[in-house]
Design a protein around this ligand. Sequence first.
Ligand code: PGA
Length: 245
Amino acid sequence: MKKIIANLKMNMTSREIKDYLLKLIVKNTHKNQIILCPPCPYLSLAKFLLNDSGIELGAQNISDEDEGAFTGEISGKMVKDCGAEYVVVGHSERKTKFRESARTINKKIKVALKNGLKVILCVGEQLTDKNLDKTKEVLKAQIEDALKGLYENELDNILIAYEPVWAIGTGKTPQPKEVEQSVKYIRQVICEDFSPKSEKIEVLYGGSIDEKNASSFAKVSGVNGLLIGHTSLDVDHLIQISKSV
Ligand code: PGA
């Protein structure tokens, strides 16, 4: 069974989310574990509709603060309270468009774990890093900064999504062989920094996944699932992906 994470990003109205979920519940084959990440205002609605469907819920973001005078922010406690079990942290859109720093990402992970949320930590190189042959260096720094100060047992609640920044929303993807190498390296860094037991950590691939290429990435050795952005906005496409992997 693979994990299929659907990141709906900042899309849809409550009516559209409702239609989407009702269709997803009917069409889901339970062959894979689907984790749906709707916009935060719809988490409670999604929780209510998903009920015992087996589809899990994730938030796309949380604050790096616990609570208090942080106007406009949404806390880890709140998203957990709304029914989310996961939260995406370190997505490249947060890093580039909202200037999230490595320190913020590390703080968010700690807040998420403290509130009983599982973390989907996104890491990945920019195109310039790739062209300069710096992918490994970048991945190592991102992982070490993000997981700084965590205990070995806390890794049980962390999933890593390898998402090359240049592949997100662009229609471009790496070769499956390149994904295999990066995923293997991610595990190696985690094993070296924590313990050989951390080899069990789940690693997913994300970036321009669609119905045609999903199975070739899901098949890559060491890949435990996929993180899907724009293609997941269409339930039929999401289901096709789930069936194909
Ligand atoms: P994409 O997005 O599938 O649209 O490339 C992936 C992501 O944002 O994680």
